[in-house]
Design a protein around this ligand. Structure first.
Ligand code: ADP
Ligand code: MG
Length: 397
């Protein structure tokens, strides 16, 4: 049986979260909030370089049933984790909390740091976003809590009904992940989860945080976006991410620009010549050409020419594999097999070293493409991948 990861309906998700709540806590939650995972169409490893990226929110969401307690403590349960995770909110600080609860209490901490108040809560989490598959279950978790905190009556918080309020929630979620959970994130995931719009891709400019919503309706074009979760987990991922980021920052310093975003494609050759080593030249070449590919991808979408974006996806993958060196055997096999089965284009998505790939395919060919990818994985001796179909869904609410 092929593993297909179906998205819950909002009713199913809310019921799951309420059921999990009832299994641990006495009484009712105040409500249920949810936030989506995301998949990035193009623009990888550009967010922390002040660049452009183009994610969509997935129909796969994380649901949180939450009750305000105002006793200064957080008690959390997740159907995916054993036991009850608890902490005193006063004790939350960088380096002070361990485990999955660090993401939610990190958001509470970051909102408090920004002058808001989160008083204490009981919460139950249920999710159909795959874990650690590069589809951002971590941001879905943070952002579901972020909107829950913002909406809770009696607490002061940013207004989740406005984009500027959502920008504040994005910032709090990023700080939670970077500073409290101790994981690296450049900010694309949280922006996608909180600011995406149904039926649209989110063009995010990470230099100033501005967004543009680009209509993205594949059904109309007779296409589908297939996500292939390779299930590959490689160690050293965090270290590799930190290294790439440090190399980019050092290169920007050498080139005397605030971020690599300032290097336009026509200045690339000059910039490369000014860098001291081949490794930084490769990293910079990826970032600069990838930002340019996002522009080209968006121009094609604006022109109603989504059928023509495949070569940009292929070029993005090649650049990530050869210049940025963040692909892996499983991701390479996934994209090669998908293309051989007729995909218009395919690339790894997310940080790399495992996680997921995406393939743009003709509607109705999902079965055939999935079968080809599955066979290629078996031939290569890899474990079976999982599949899901991505459509541009709505943001946290
Ligand atoms: P990704 O964001 O690509 O799925 P990460 O490693 O960034 O992978 O985040 C996964 C981590 O986020 C998990 O190990 C867990 O700590 C936390 N997490 C995500 N979703 C949930 C959930 N539903 N319940 C509990 N923890 C979760
Ligand atoms: Mg994550």
């Amino acid at each position: 049986m092929r593993a297909t990861v179906h998205a819950w309906t909002e009713d199913e998700g809310a019921a799951q979260a309420r059921q999990t709540f009832a299994g641990t806590f006495i009484g009712e939650p105040d409500g249920v909030w949810s936030a989506p995972g995301r998949v990035n169409l193009i623009g990888e490893h550009t967010d922390y370089n002040g660049g452009l990226c183009l994610p969509i929110a997935l129909p796969h969401r994380t649901y949180v049933a939450l009750r305000r307690t105002d006793d200064g403590a957080a008690r959390l349960v997740s159907e995916r984790e054993p036991g009850v995770w608890s902490a005193e909110l006063d004790a939350v600080a960088p380096g002070a909390v361990q485990g999955w609860g660090a993401y939610p209490v990190g958001v509470a901490w970051a909102l408090e740091q920004a002058g808001h108040r989160v008083g204490g809560f009981d919460a139950a989490v249920a999710s159909c976003v795959p874990y650690g598959s590069g589809l951002s279950s971590s941001a879905a978790l943070e952002c579901a809590f972020a909107v829950a905190f913002a909406d809770a009556p009696g607490w002061t918080g940013p207004d989740a009904g406005t984009d500027s309020g959502r920008v504040e929630l994005v910032d709090a979620s990023i700080r939670a992940e970077n500073e409290i959970a101790g994981a690296n994130t450049g900010g694309m995931d949280q922006a996608a989860s909180l600011r995406a719009r149904e039926g649209h891709a989110l063009l995010l400019d990470c230099r100033d945080g501005s967004v543009r919503h680009i209509p993205f309706d594949l059904t109309e074009a007779g296409l589908e976006l297939l996500v292939i979760d390779t299930k590959a987990e490689h160690s050293l991922v965090d270290g590799q991410y930190a290294q790439r980021r440090a190399t980019c920052e050092a290169a920007a310093e050498t080139l005397e620009v605030p971020t690599l975003r300032e290097i336009s494609p026509d200045r690339l050759d000059g910039a490369l010549a000014a860098l001291p080593d081949e490794e930084s030249r490769k990293r910079v070449r990826h970032v600069v050409t990838e930002i340019e590919r996002v522009q080209q991808f968006v121009a094609l979408l604006d022109a109603g020419r989504v059928h023509e974006v495949g070569h940009l996806m292929d070029a993005s993958h090649a650049s990530l594999a050869e210049d940025y060196e963040v692909s892996c055997a499983e991701l390479d096999v996934a994209v090669t097999a998908a293309r051989s089965a007729g995909a218009l284009g395919a690339r790894m998505t997310g940080g790399g070293f495992g996680g997921s790939a995406i393939a743009l395919i003709e509607a109705g060919t999902g079965e055939a493409v999935s079968a080809t990818v599955e066979q290629a994985f078996a031939d290569a001796g890899f474990g079976a991948p999982a599949f899901l179909t991505a459509t541009a869904a709505g943001p946290a609410h």
